[in-house]
Design a protein around this ligand. Structure first.
Ligand code: NDP
Length: 318
């Protein structure tokens, strides 16, 4: 594993981080959850990303993570970065969603209980809340850090202007923003239009979520929709209707470039995300140990020639 500076902080993150959004919940097989976490850590994946609502059911990914940590990894707590977030709907009533101090701090306490932790390493505002003053949301992150329940603060899904406002407030409170989690992949390039420059200038690390476009930027769907894939499962954000021939056409062309580079498409997709200087880590998901192994091996070749990048842009219509 290689480790990258996270902005101007003293923290280095593994170039590949593992997220527990899917396949780590109460509906999944615990022994598989446990095996993936162990294998990831053995590879040097020291950063695990969670959120209060990951499951299903919501909260169960944190419970499973706490259980697996206890069984296998507790002795290495000081070698592990655990991040969690709050910002999306978690419980009924007016205090279980959004960006209020009430919600964020209650949610962090619940996350710590589920994971059986004294502190998380990073606590993030999962999304901006237009109905809550950003000062209130940031003051909740600052409080989480000052109370010792989180070591660092982060944000996710904030646009460039929202990021600038949040970062300025956190800075004025004396709790710098460590990280910004954004959706970024060959299929989602919006952060290139301003966000990356802002983060670079502010010294904040970027971490790209869904760098494989939830599996589309892999070989997973080249021959149809496998029964055990995300697109075949109910209640996911990748639907069968998203796996169209129109979507797969560029995937097939990209796959050819990856093969010529001596890697799989998944590996090239990760290398492509990591080519951004501001990128501290590519945050992948996985449903089995072998996928984690394949993703980590992407690091054997993360350099691109100019002509490869040009051809990729051409395929993506950029
Ligand atoms: P990816 O784009 O990495 O998609 C992961 C999926 O791709 C896997 O579940 C698997 O699909 C497939 N896959 C992974 N590796 C391989 C491989 N080597 N070969 C073939 N297929 C592969 O990321 P996610 O969408 O899962 O997001 C990653 C993490 O980012 C989340 O777990 C979460 O922590 C974070 N996140 C944060 C968000 C935010 O708002 N801050 C939003 C979304 C995610 P299959 O299951 O079909 O096998």
């Amino acid at each position: 594993m290689s480790y990258r500076a996270c902005g101007r902080s003293g923290v280095r993150l593994p170039a590949i981080s593992l997220g527990l959004w899917h396949n780590f919940g109460g509906v999944d097989t615990f022994e598989n959850v446990r095996a993936m976490l162990r294998r990831a850590f053995d590879f040097g994946i020291t950063h695990f990303d969670l959120a209060n609502n990951y499951g299903p059911p919501p909260g169960s990914a944190e419970e499973n993570f706490g259980r697996a940590l206890n069984l296998d990894l507790r002795a290495w707590r000081d070698e592990i970065i655990i991040s969690t977030k709050a910002g999306y709907y978690m419980w009924p009533g007016p205090y279980g969603d959004g960006g209020s101090r009430k919600y964020l701090l209650a949610s962090l306490d619940q996350s710590l209980r589920r994971m059986v932790l004294d502190y998380v390493d990073v606590f993030c505002s999962h999304r901006p809340d237009p109905d809550a003053p950003v000062e209130e949301t940031m003051s909740a992150l600052d409080h989480a850090v000052r109370s010792g329940k989180a070591l660092y603060a982060g944000i996710s899904n904030y646009d460039p202007d929202q990021t600038a406002a949040a970062v300025a407030i956190l800075g004025s409170l004396g709790t710098p923003c460590l990280i910004h989690q954004m959706k970024y992949s060959m299929f989602v390039r919006r952060p290139e239009e301003g966000l990356f420059n802002r983060l670079q200038a502010a010294g904040i690390g970027a971490i790209a979520f869904s760098p494989l476009a939830q599996g589309l930027l892999t070989g997973r769907y080249l021959d149809g929709i496998p029964a055990d894939s995300r697109a075949a499962k109910p209640d996911t954000f990748l639907k069968r209707r998203d796996v169209t021939e129109g979507r797969l056409k560029p995937v097939r062309l990209l796959n050819k470039i990856a093969r010529r580079r001596g890697q799989s498409l998944a590996q090239m997709a990760l290398a492509w995300v990591l080519r951004q200087p501001v990128m501290a880590s590519a945050l992948v998901g996985a449903s089995r140990v072998e996928q984690i192994e394949e993703c980590v091996a992407a690091l054997n070749n993360i350099d691109f020639t100019d002509s490869e990048l040009e051809r990729i842009d051409e395929i993506l219509g950029a």
